[in-house]
Design a protein around this ligand. Structure first.
Ligand SMILES: O=P(O)(O)O[C@H]1O[C@H](CO)[C@@H](O)[C@H]1O
Ligand SMILES: Nc1nc2[nH]cnc2c(=O)[nH]1
Length: 356
């Protein structure tokens, strides 16, 4: 354990150094036993400097130390993308991120090739109920797609760059369109539980606090140092989704609005919800924004929506009903999965037909 602590501290002091190219052989788990420690120490140090890396101590395997990336160099992302494209024999065009309880979006995929997160090299694992932890690649309405059945959240202890790393994997797999979905609390008083809010903008509360998935050295192979975020949410896709909702007869349940991401895992206080409302926020959650930032940085077209799973109280009261809880979030997502699936599949069909 001493080894772990000393290396952790060492790594912390290298945060600000520019990222270096990492040789593939450095990316695999390193077995370290005390007598060999000195020999491999410099090897590990080199890898620390190459990228921001933390070490995980695995009690099951004696003194085995596993390198875990916090900020992923291009080559590592490339390697993960190769693993998926070679393993599936596909280059998907549309990427889907399933929100809490919305894993059924991925169940629609035909001829699925399924990758458990824990079997994908250098991939994080899902720790939240309602996020299965599988990447599903296949076809949907004729289009090639890949879907994350389970996303990574900041509150799980993952840095933002790691939460949104799969978006870069999608990009290198060939994805042009990102569909990001989430479960969210409705702050806009016009929203009812079960409604769908198409995101047309966001307020990045984690960004206000100085946190971004793009922090650290910029690799121009992904995108520019200073990406613009106006028009992040594709207007054509929003308009098409509204048309689809009309055709589905659910237009009264569809809104267009502003989402805000907080760090979680706690839900908001009344004072925070009042403040968010004053800022023009319509729905609040703990995800999506950093994925959208990463997608726009690498020039993907973005469509995102929030399923309103609970109404946020903005007045003080003693009512237990006013308290958000994850069971309710999951239950509402389950009830509304059919409408969400239909909206997504019809929109994908339109994209596919338009590009055929
Ligand atoms: O944003 P998704 O992953 O849909 O999940 C939302 O629901 C969970 C809280 O109930 C949080 O994880 C929040 O972010
Ligand atoms: N932050 C936050 N996330 C949610 N996810 C689902 N509902 C909520 C909510 O009310 N607040």
């Amino acid at each position: 354990m001493y080894l772990f602590c000393s290396l952790w501290e060492f790594h912390s002091s290298f945060h600000c150094l520019p990222s270096w190219r990492v040789d593939k052989k450095d990316l695999w788990p390193v077995n370290m036993y005390p007598p060999k420690f000195i020999a491999v120490h410099s090897y590990i140090v080199y890898t620390f400097i190459s990228s921001k890396i933390t070490l995980q101590y695995s009690p099951k395997q004696d003194v085995k130390l596993i390198l875990v990336f916090d900020r992923y160099p291009y080559e590592v992302i490339e390697e993960i993308a190769d693993f998926i494209t070679k393993g599936s024999g596909m280059r998907p065009k549309i990427g889907i991120i399933c929100g809490s309880g919305l894993g059924s979006l991925a169940d629609m995929i035909q001829d699925p090739k399924i990758f458990e997160y824990e079997k994908i090299p250098n991939f994080p694992v899902s720790t939240v109920e309602g996020h299965a932890g599988r990447l599903v690649v296949g076809t949907l309405e004729g289009a090639t797609v890949m879907a994350m059945q389970g996303r990574f959240h900041f509150y799980e202890g993952y840095p933002l760059a790691k939460c949104s790393m799969p978006v870069r994997v999608m990009k290198l797999c060939g994805v042009e369109y990102l569909f990001a979905t989430n479960a969210a609390g409705g702050i806009n008083p016009r929203f009812a539980v079960g409604d769908i809010m198409l995101m047309h903008d966001h307020v990045n509360m984690l960004g206000f606090a100085g946190n971004s998935p793009l922090q650290g050295p910029n690799d121009p192979r992904f995108g520019p140092r200073f990406p613009a975020l106006v028009n992040s949410y594709n207007k054509d896709l929003i308009n098409k989704a509204i048309e689809i909702a009309k055709a589905m007869g659910i237009e009264s349940n569809i809104h267009v609005g502003v989402y805000s991401c907080l760090g979680g895992p706690n839900y908001e206080t009344i004072a925070e919800l009042k403040a968010l409302r004053m800022m023009g926020v319509d729905a609040v959650g703990m995800s999506t924004v950093h994925e959208v930032i990463t997608a726009r940085h690498c020039d993907m077209k973005v469509f995102a929506f929030s399923l309103i799973t609970n109404k946020c109280a903005t007045e003080y009261s003693d009512k237990k009903d006013d308290e958000a809880n994850h069971d309710e979030v999951m239950a509402v997502a389950k009830n509304r999965q059919k409408a969400c699936c239909e909206l997504v599949s019809r929109l994908i069909r339109e994209i596919h037909l338009a590009s055929a």
